[in-house]
Design a protein around this ligand. Structure first.
Ligand code: RRO
Length: 284
């Protein structure tokens, strides 16, 4: 058993937000998925107060050893999440972590206040690190912004608050310390690294409809390892290590660097059962 801020996990492998659509997976793989659910907790895709269509296509680019996305937070908004997603996600056989994002501390606060009474949500993850919208990034890239955010949201819930840090900052450990001092129960890192893919041909413009995007996959694993190690040295709260994990060995390296839990992101697109495979390999 792994303890993540009071939540009991049957192994230390969870999904990275946005990288495993459990509702779609249930439709494709059937109810049997519940018996062999690949993750020890389920983290939802980020929700925002109001529904968003997401960025224009193209939204993905395959890079060397990775992928650049500019999805742009498409989601049904809080009301749509409560009506359509939560009933299914809360029926999964693992604890549910709901990932939220606002463009101001007040917007984060309105989401947290609305979700706080819901017993089916075990923890909340604050996405202060999406590279694909102008807002959000600023809050998470700087310790002062994180302190202001935590001051606003911490009093609103007793649920565990996980702060998902951005790697696109000069001093990620300082941001982690600010989150911890503000009352965060855990930090998760890394989100994607800001990146750009160029359109093929002569135009030379960005390929992705949203302009820049976020790089994920094996290409960022060693960056994640360095950032997780530097954060784990500086905070006492649990660290969720994310970034290019594709094997038990990759997961073990993040755990050895100080992560309590690891999250699988891009690898789940290649192998939807990756979480179970990686958790089993950790036992070997
Ligand atoms: O939706 C996205 O474009 C997105 C999000 Br919310 C995020 O946190 N990280 C990312 O790479 N893409």
């Amino acid at each position: 058993m792994t303890d993540l801020c009071g939540i009991e996990l049957r192994h230390p492998v969870i999904n990275a937000s946005g990288c495993f659509d459990a509702i779609e997976a249930l439709r494709v793989f059937g109810e049997g998925l519940r018996d062999e659910f690949p993750f020890a907790a389920y983290v939802s895709k980020t929700i925002t107060p109001v529904a968003r269509p997401g960025n224009p296509p193209p939204r993905l680019w395959e890079s060397a050893a990775g992928m650049i996305n500019s999805i742009g937070l498409p989601n049904r908004g809080l009301d749509g999440y409560l009506e359509h997603d939560l009933p299914v996600l809360s029926s999964l056989p693992v604890p549910l972590i709901t990932n939220v994002m606002g463009s101001t501390p007040e917007e984060f606060g309105s989401l947290i206040a609305a979700l706080d009474p819901l017993a089916e949500i075990a923890a909340l993850e604050l996405n202060v690190s999406c590279p694909n919208v102008a807002t959000g990034l600023d809050i998470g890239a700087d310790a002062a912004g994180l302190r202001a955010l935590m001051r606003r949201v911490r009093p609103l819930t007793a649920k565990p608050l996980i702060v998902k840090l951005t790697p696109n900052t000069a001093d990620v450990a300082a941001c982690a310390v600010a989150a911890e001092e503000g009352g965060a129960d855990a930090v998760s890192l890394i989100n994607t690294l800001r990146a750009r893919a160029l359109a093929p041909g002569a135009s030379g413009g960005p390929w992705l409809g949203g302009g820049n995007g976020g790089l994920s996959g094996p290409a960022i694993r060693t960056v994640a390892l360095a950032q997780v190690a530097s954060v784990a040295e500086r905070v006492a709260i649990p660290v969720i290590g994310i970034g290019g994990v594709a094997s038990g060995r990759d997961a073990r390296e993040l755990l050895d660097a100080g992560a309590r839990v690891v999250a699988v992101g891009t690898e789940s697109f290649r192998d939807p059962a990756a979480g179970a495979r990686i958790a089993a390999a950790l036992d070997d």
